[in-house]
Ligand binder design. Structure first.
Ligand SMILES: Cc1cc2nc3c(=O)[nH]c(=O)nc-3n(C[C@H](O)[C@H](O)[C@H](O)COP(=O)(O)OP(=O)(O)OC[C@H]3O[C@@H](n4cnc5c(N)ncnc54)[C@H](O)[C@@H]3O)c2cc1C
Length: 380
């Protein structure tokens, strides 16, 4: 999105991707919770979508569940993307807008001197240097660009979600709903998801809090879930990866550098969803690049517009969701069972987080008072 936006504004853009194919391998469950959010950013192509979902089902540790179904299918239901074609489609649009795309090209270093950045790359085995006044680091959770620019992106273990996911084929997948399973034994500090992919396919994954994990733990817990819930499922693909679930980063710009997406820790700390925020931030960074290049000021001060814009929109949301995450982390399995029980028979599909917590507080005043829910509601 950053490359596309900057190229549309007439800048000369080089998009560098280390993999030989954009969009592969995927490290994502591919869910976008609101169709309208994606449509506001781009014209959605049919082959980007695996399936559309019209509800969410939440499972508590005691196997109880609460469903939320949307009545207005067009507006608010979700998409499960086919990120392989989606990511490639975005790169295609950047290329059509004039960006050069270099695949199988790994950035290996960055030096800034005399107002110019020199990025060293290995392009299909050959060492090259690319000079540019401005670099947008959209290189994901393990961002090297940030490190080279001296921006601190270290995450505390409690602020990273470690994930494992299978693409599975099974007969028992509800293709209408995204399902979430909670429980501190099942997924400590996180959850298990089943996101339908159409046909008999689904992404089935687990995310657990980094501070409660150890090597191999996500796969071990995911296998346990699969044995219990989907013992006959056939596993077609394995995905592993981390998601930042921190509050907003202190600093995402430096002279000649902007960070976007997971590199800038812009994913939702509560759910781990990062596609929409990364796209929004990409547009903002591309627009700021256009202004900074034409004004000739790519210093940190010249890039302040990007820092201000994403902080006042995405950043505010991240702050609230971070508070909500820390609240939910305090809940024991018994608490979760109680809260899920009090939602029975309620239509919660139109409630936002604030309304939902307020409703839960009225039903469970003692439990939630002790956990400081009013404090959280105040901050939302
Ligand atoms: C298991 C899992 C499930 C998820 N599920 C969802 C979900 O359902 N919904 C959702 O919204 N979000 C989800 N996310 C988060 C989402 O995938 C990310 O937030 C999103 O992909 C961030 O996009 P990005 O462009 O910032 O980074 P990425 O998608 O990680 O892209 C970074 C790109 O930079 C390239 N790169 C990295 N280093 C270099 C280098 N040195 N040189 C050249 N290229 C380089 C990489 O190859 C990659 O293509 C999930 C994440 C995980 C791990």
């Amino acid at each position: 999105m950053a490359a596309k936006t900057a190229a549309e504004l007439g800048l000369y853009v080089v998009l560098v991707e280390k993999r030989q194919e954009i969009g592969e391998p995927i490290r994502c469950a591919e869910g976008v919770s609101q169709r309208s959010e994606l449509r506001e950013l781009i014209t959605v192509q049919p082959d980007w979508i695996s399936t559309e979902v019209n509800g969410v089902r939440l499972h508590s540790p005691n196997n109880d569940n609460v469903s939320m179904t949307v009545d207005n299918r067009e507006e608010v239901g979700g998409y499960i993307l086919e990120r392989k074609t989606f990511d490639r489609g975005l790169a295609l649009q950047a290329a059509c807008a004039g960006a050069e795309v270099l695949v199988k090209t790994r950035a290996t270093g960055l030096i800034r001197k005399d107002d110019l950045c020199t990025v060293s790359v290995i392009c299909q085995g050959e060492s090259l240097q690319i000079e540019a006044p401005l670099i947008i680091g959209a290189d994901g959770v393990e961002s090297k660009v940030a490190r080279w620019a001296g921006i601190d992106t270290r995450l505390k273990p409690e602020d990273i979600m470690v994930c494992a996911q299978y693409l599975v084929l099974d007969d028992c997948i509800d293709q209408e709903y995204c399902e979430f399973f909670f429980g501190n034994r099942m997924a400590p500090g996180g959850y298990v998801w089943i996101f339908p992919k159409g046909g008999r396919l689904a992404n089935v994954g687990i995310g657990i809090q980094g501070s409660q994990s150890c090597p191999g733990e996500p796969i071990r817990l995911l296998d346990r879930f699969m044995q219990r819930r989907m013992p006959r499922a056939k596993i077609l693909q394995i995905v592993a990866g981390g998601i930042p679930t921190s509050g907003p980063m202190n600093n995402t710009t430096s002279d000649g550098i902007m960070l976007v997406g997971d590199a800038a820790h812009q994913s939702d700390p509560l759910t781990g969803g990062g596609i929409i925020n990364a796209m929004r931030a990409g547009v903002m960074a591309g627009q700021t690049a256009g202004k900074a290049i034409s004004s000739g000021d790519v210093s940190t001060a010249g890039l302040k517009e990007y820092e201000d814009r994403w902080r006042s929109s995405i950043g505010k949301q991240i702050e609230k969701r971070y508070n909500a995450k820390n609240f939910f982390l305090k809940l024991t399995d018994d608490d979760l069972n109680h809260l899920a029980g009090s939602l029975h028979g309620m239509d919660i599909s139109r409630m936002d987080m604030r309304d939902l917590l307020w409703f839960l507080f009225k039903q469970n005043p003692k439990l939630l008072w002790n956990l400081g829910v009013l404090n959280l509601i105040d901050k939302l």
